[in-house]
Design a protein around this ligand. Structure first.
Ligand code: FAD
Length: 390
């Protein structure tokens, strides 16, 4: 068992952290003000990151990615948490591991261009009538010619405006329940495929979240990802790593940044003749945040190590999803409290971090869904999820 970072890992963290501090954090206020990232800025940061080999680091080298292990991906993703969602997407890529299911001509058409950053992919599972219940979707794909005809609608799809293609879940066999859902690779621009309205959010400003409408969209035979009926299985197995990285690790990175800023403030701000950090009630809030961040990180690394060892890690991923997102919520709430009125005021970024943090407990499976999965697993299979002797 080894919890120590080696020199390469330390260098990876430093390289990304320095890049974010120099190139991305200075852009955040403008993104927040404008509610969008200017296309020329997006292009510039993408090119800089590509040149340094920082794009698509999670994907295998054989497809042009960085080939990082799951543990190293989490180290990188924790650093990504130090900036905003849209800047992460344009700079480092949101290249989903589900694309590794691509086979034959799909590899050159969708997978490799995504890894190279030439084509951006978004994931489209949620519908107005089906969020937590991903098997309850009504988008439908029926065989047509040697391809498929797609009808339905999705919503809340992150980055849908910029994306070139979408991983779309659709029912292919209504009689088969969860085993009747398939995943399709759907290109923007196909006849009948429309990007709907932007759905403004409380936070993550700069990332559009849109509705998608499919009205008799004709897909060719290559559009089916994996086997028919395998859609939810692919989503469950490959999106676990996305959940670990984009929610777990980024939440921990964000909590770390917020705590750093809070400690600085508690050192500098004086009331009653002393620094806020001298008050024991403030110290308790800081200490609790330190403990919770470290505990969340250990659980994250454990889950990533399980994936690197070839194990499923699904239950650990659920634990990380809940623990990291709720840790971030508590850390950023304490940060607002310690900053007092300045924590609520838009002159400092603390109020933005507070808004941005809230969704971590909701997307990629709300806390309640992951808690139910864990409880059901233990009730069914016994104590091995929490007892090393079981
Ligand atoms: C900013 C943002 C970005 C998103 N990006 C994407 C994206 O790119 N692609 C995509 O496909 N989706 C995306 N989503 C959708 C997201 O994954 C869903 O919002 C999420 O899965 C919850 O679904 P819902 O909103 O329909 O809530 P619902 O399913 O209606 O649930 C509402 C609440 O009810 C409770 N609840 C529901 N079911 C249960 C249960 N079985 N037991 C106990 N409590 C329960 C939970 O507290 C839950 O939070 C995004 C959402 C947001 C807000």
């Amino acid at each position: 068992m080894d919890f120590l970072l080696d020199d390469q890992q330390t260098m990876l963290i430093k390289t990304i952290r320095d890049f974010i501090a120099a190139e991305l954090q200075p852009l955040e206020d403008e993104v927040e003000r404008a509610g969008a990232l200017a296309p020329e800025t997006a292009k510039r940061i993408f090119e800089k990151s590509r040149a340094l080999g920082l794009y698509g680091m999670n994907m295998p080298e054989v497809h042009g990615g960085g080939g990082l292990s799951a543990v190293d991906t989490m180290l990188a993703e924790e650093q990504f948490g130090r900036t905003t969602d849209i800047l992460i997407r344009r700079t480092f890529g949101n290249v989903y591991e589900a694309l590794l299911v691509c086979a034959g001509p799909q590899i050159e058409r969708w997978l490799r261009p995504a890894v190279r950053g030439e084509r951006v992919c978004a994931i489209a599972i949620t519908e107005p009538g089906a969020g937590s219940d991903a098997a309850g979707i009504s988008t439908r794909a029926v065989r047509s010619g040697n391809g498929w005809r797609l009808n339905g609608a999705k919503h809340f799809i992150s980055d849908g405006v910029f994306s070139d293609f979408f991983l779309v879940s659709a029912v292919t066999d209504p009689s088969a329940g969860a085993r009747g859902i398939s995943l399709f690779l759907v290109d923007k621009g196909l006849a009948g495929f429309a990007i709907g309205r932007d759905q403004p959010m409380m936070g993550v400003r700069g990332t559009p979240h849109v509705e998608l409408v499919f009205d008799d969209v004709q897909l060719d035979a290559d559009a089916l990802l994996g086997q028919e009926g395998e859609g939810l299985r692919i989503a469950l197995t490959t999106l676990g790593r996305v959940r670990l990285a984009q929610v777990g690790a980024r939440a921990i990175g964000k909590a770390t940044l917020v705590l750093e800023k809070t400690v600085d403030y508690a050192r500098e701000r004086r009331q009653f003749g002393q620094a806020l950090g001298q008050f024991q009630m403030v110290q308790q809030m800081i200490a609790d945040s330190i403990i919770e961040i470290n505990a969340a990180r250990q659980l994250l690394w454990r889950a990533a190590a399980e994936i690197d060892a070839g194990r499923d890690g699904r239950d650990l991923i659920a634990m990380v999803k809940v623990n990291a997102s709720e840790t971030l919520g508590r850390v950023v709430d304490r940060a607002v409290q310690i900053h007092g009125g300045m924590g609520f005021c838009k002159d400092l970024p603390i109020e933005r971090y507070y808004r941005d943090a809230r969704v971590f407990r909701i997307f990629d499976g709300a806390s309640e869904i992951h808690r139910s999965t864990l409880a059901r697993s233990v009730l069914k299979s016994g104590a091995k999820l929490f007892d090393i002797g079981a």
